[in-house]
Design a protein around this ligand. Structure first.
Ligand code: SF4
Length: 303
């Protein structure tokens, strides 16, 4: 039973050590079609619960072994906010973490609960999933436990955002035919314009899930990113399946593209051919293109 896993290196966070709040088995109130864990019956709360002391001891041992950790990432074989002592746990971690940041990855199912909001306020960074804006989609794609309502999730996120000063990242996992329609994205867009999160990460299935569901391509993710309002910082996280050919863009086309949707350096490397990348650099030097940083991700946009 490994509570600590990693470290994992990431360009955005640096060196991250994972903390699994349900190492013995999957304990989740969702059973997402894209989950990489084996399918399991959903449950409203954990029935196998670790003590705070055991988790903190494991973290101390992990930090003693890996001296150069930048971030501790709380997650689970399932949903970490189902851990009943989350508030006590984060209090203890905050006492020992020193300069290390603490991040939590949650499916957002419990964010309507004020006690969960209060626990999450103590994290340096919060990442919440929101695959669906409608109950029908939540039931079909995330296969949520009975009683979990998307409207409660949406209201809970808004209430949390009003109180939270740290970065709030929303993650949307796009699955072919399940949440990739213009209608579903339009409803997500309308909601996210109200929420104004720090960043919206959109990705797709990267590894084979338990069920026969299909990813969308990078090209489709790019189109979907353009259905969101251009003011929203949408970051495409999956580029693995990209077989897109880069194209030649004139100066005007580069500026027009960046006016419609700010892009990251990785997007530019995929989309623009070598000459267009040089044109892009010149426009950057001429300050016709500006940089905006959202929590470690740099976007380029038309000034
Ligand atoms: S919320 Fe996460 S752990 Fe739970 S079923 Fe979905 S992908 Fe799996």
């Amino acid at each position: 039973m490994n509570i600590i896993f990693g470290p994992i290196h990431s360009r955005r966070f640096g060196k991250s050590l994972g903390v699994d709040l349900s190492p013995a088995k999957k304990q989740c109130n969702f059973d997402c079609l894209y989950c990489e864990l084996d399918p399991a019956k959903t449950m409203p709360e954990q029935d196998e619960v670790l003590s705070v002391e055991k988790i903190v001891d494991a973290i101390k041992a992990g930090l003693a072994e890996h001296k150069d950790i930048d971030v501790l990432t709380l997650t689970a074989n399932g949903e970490p906010t189902m851990y009943p002592y989350l508030s006590e746990l984060i209090d203890e971690i905050n006492k020992i973490k020193g300069g290390i940041k603490v991040l939590i990855l949650s499916n957002a199912s419990t964010i309507g609960d004020v006690k969960i909001q209060q626990a999450l306020l103590k994290f340096d960074e919060v990442k919440l999933s929101l695959d669906c804006a409608t109950q029908k989609c939540l039931k079909k794609l995330d296969r949520s436990h009975r009683g979990i309502e998307v409207e409660n999730i949406k209201a809970g996120m808004l209430a949390f955002k009003r109180k939270y000063d740290g970065p709030l990242i929303i993650e949307i996992l796009i699955v072919k035919t399940l949440n990739d329609s213009k209608g579903e994205i339009a409803q997500l867009n309308e909601y996210l314009l109200k929420l104004q999160p720090t960043r919206i990460d959109i990705g797709t299935i990267d590894r084979p899930p338990a069920f026969d569901v299909k990813p969308v391509s990078y090209e489709e993710l790019l189109s979907i990113s353009r259905w969101f309002d251009a003011s929203l910082p949408v970051y495409i996280t999956s580029r693995k399946k990209s077989d897109i050919s880069s194209f030649s863009y004139t100066n005007e086309e580069i500026l027009d593209t960046l006016a419609k949707r700010p892009l990251t350096h990785e997007d530019i490397e995929v989309l623009f051919d070598k000459e267009s990348q040089k044109r892009f650099q010149r426009l950057l030097q001429e300050e016709k293109i500006g940089r905006v940083s959202t929590n470690g991700v740099i976007f380029y946009k038309k000034v």
